[in-house]
Design a protein around this ligand. Sequence first.
Ligand SMILES: Nc1ncnc2c1ncn2[C@@H]1O[C@H](COP(=O)(O)OP(=O)(O)OP(=O)(O)O)[C@@H](O)[C@H]1O
Ligand SMILES: [Mg+2]
Length: 310
Amino acid sequence: MTAVIETRQIGKAYGTTVALADLTMQVMRGEIFGFLGPNGAGKTTAVKVLLGLVLPTQGAAAILGKPLGDIPTRRQIGYLPELFRYQEWLTARELLNAHASLMEVPQLERRPQIDAILERIGLSDRHRDRVGTFSKGMQQRLGLGIALIGQPEVIFLDEPTSALDPVGRADVRALLLELRAKGTTVFLNSHMLSEVESVCDRVAVIDKGSVVASGTLETLLGRFALRVRMEEITHAIRGFAERYDAAIEEDAVLFYGLDEARVPDLIAQLVAAGARITSVEPIRRTLEQRFLELLQKPDEDTTDRIPRFT
Ligand SMILES: Nc1ncnc2c1ncn2[C@@H]1O[C@H](COP(=O)(O)OP(=O)(O)OP(=O)(O)O)[C@@H](O)[C@H]1O
Ligand SMILES: [Mg+2]
């Protein structure tokens, strides 16, 4: 796998404010990379540095193997800013056309491409309307459309669903999956952790300008576990549990690191061993629980019900 984005100890200070401390990470070709962190963690700053809009005060980075700010490489990059504001006096089509020209989309391809994008973002019937007359969510959709122009290899989306209704958010999820299917790399800043969990291949959590955790969702969340409650933990069940990576609780056995496909067999074996099962509870930490665990102080920990599996 090739790294499309690679940073080494990137830092950015605004006077005495350290927006980014020492960001080191890699984003691979074709993945949807979730970039998470609390307000002020440095996510938007990192995106701006990677796009070449803000100069880092330390460190080095490359996108598509080229140094940051390289102009021909910018034509391979799509971007939806966090605080989007487009030229109010242009119509949706004129705005998309202007960006198609910046991206050097060949003349003949512009119209079909823009029509397809308008359709994709649900604004086909508003293409003649001025951007200034659009609602906030419609402007964000338009921003997504702009990010798609020229079929860029890498797309940065800084909170792309912040203004969208639930249907719009579902549309963006579908769009992200379409982009992945085409091999596009997506760098996604988001606070919508359930969305991130449903689409991202890998994530990084940053705090105070540095990565505090990163990896695949499985690495970050731990594997699937199952709590099987039963009337009595007999000697036979105890022996059974010992052969598995399992913990015995007062009225339950907790099986860690399970492959979900093995659950029916496991239950059948427990019943055969004489267990009178009263409930079966699948357990998996959510990304939100993990996020809070990583960023809250231990005394605020909300995860005591969730087993820690490594
Ligand atoms: N132009 C600027 N001048 C001074 N400080 C800045 C500037 N831009 C960002 N900062 C500071 O850098 C820090 C990181 O800001 P940034 O916008 O990158 O956070 P973020 O992780 O995107 O937060 P949010 O989740 O709220 O969007 C903050 O303390 C912010 O005040
Ligand atoms: Mg931000």
